[in-house]
Ligand binder design. Structure first.
Ligand code: SF4
Length: 334
């Protein structure tokens, strides 16, 4: 039986190596420019580092997917085209794209390069997925985090495109590829610049015994002494509404599907994706190791699979936010 893929994030070369060494079947990473949606300062790969990373993965039997999932502006596609050409020249195992024009460009220029449809494309139904397969030859889709396990299972009966789903990591409000919240205070769009809350717009300021976090000058949250401060994003801000200060849009939490791993695999998915290219090498290594062990344990004895306490503990220590959730996978709204 072919095992589901464990797919790990790599924000830099040390993280890529940590992921492969911890047992990832594949890694995904982007270049150091606006073509990928984790365009944080200090992260991502130069051409040389990408070449080294691909070689490191391939020598150890792992695959490497290159991410180009932002949206070029009309008349300003050169950087995106050059980066697609670069990914093809480096012989990446797949390229992850969201933009229709780039899908077409890649299909026409590099027909041998497998295309995965990014979560940023927001394709959550089989008609959209099959359309992209028919016109652009996509081989895989990364599903938005809005579907139940039942819906994923049903969707799979209507498509032979491989399904990749998120298994662990930070969550946001899940308007995947359509969120412009941070652009209202920073003036730059995450879907074009590739970064929500760019570091140059972020401030951590001490005010008396409080710590304030700001984005584009807007107060996002205020923390008491000793309280752990989160990186400021609008959707997870603590704002005042109805005379109360609270997480108005979303409580910070991490997705963790371990409890539902058998159901997710049996729904027909090909790949389990770990979120977190912006996270540290130790996060990548620790989460990949747990996912590797959990997937292997499932295939060793699917009916008796149960998440180990040590796995939960290891994942809890890496989590963003205050709680874990099964996200929409467990919802019963279908
Ligand atoms: S503001 Fe929140 S929902 Fe929007 S892209 Fe940023 S993290 Fe995601």
């Amino acid at each position: 039986m072919k095992k589901v893929e464990v797919l790990a994030p790599a924000g830099n070369l040390p993280s890529l190596k940590a992921a492969v060494d911890a047992g990832a079947d594949a890694v995904y990473f982007g270049f150091r420019n606006a073509t990928n949606a984790r365009n944080f300062e200090g992260l991502n790969f130069s051409e040389k580092e990408a070449e080294t990373g691909l070689a490191y993965a391939h020598q150890r039997g792992a695959k490497a997917h290159l991410v180009l999932n932002t949206y070029p502006q009309a008349g300003d596609s050169d950087l995106w085209h050059r980066t697609v050409d670069l990914a093809a020249g480096l012989k990446a195992d797949a390229i992850i794209l969201a933009n229709l024009a780039l899908l077409r460009y890649t299909r026409e220029r590099h027909p041998q390069l497998p295309i995965h449809l990014s979560v940023q494309a927001s394709a959550s139904n089989y008609e959209a997925i099959n359309f992209c397969q028919r016109h652009f030859g996509i081989t895989r889709v990364i599903l938005p985090r809005v579907l139940t396990v039942g819906e994923i299972k049903e969707l799979k009966t209507h498509t032979d495109v491989e399904l990749e789903v998120f298994a662990f990591g930070g969550l946001c409000v899940m308007a995947e590829g359509r969120c412009y919240l941070s652009s209202y205070v920073t003036g730059v769009s995450p879907n074009i610049e590739g970064v929500c809350s760019p570091a140059r717009h972020v401030r951590f300021e001490n005010r008396g015994d409080k710590l304030q976090t700001r984005l584009g000058g807007v107060l996002i949250a205020q923390y008491d002494e000793g309280e752990e401060a989160a990186y400021p994003t609008i959707c997870k801000g603590r704002f005042e509404a109805n005379h109360q200060v609270y997480h108005v849009m979303e409580e910070p939490s991490s997705l963790n599907i371990l409890e539902m791993l058998p159901q997710v695999i049996e729904a027909g998915v090909t790949s389990l994706k770990i979120e977190g290219r912006q996270r540290t090498r130790s996060y990548v290594g620790a989460v990949t190791k747990v996912m590797r062990e959990a997937v292997d344990a499932y295939y060793a004895d699917p009916r008796r699979f149960h998440p180990k306490t040590s796995w939960i503990k290891a994942l809890n220590s890496t989590s963003e936010g205050t709680c874990h959730t099964l996200g929409t996978y467990q919802e019963g709204w279908q």
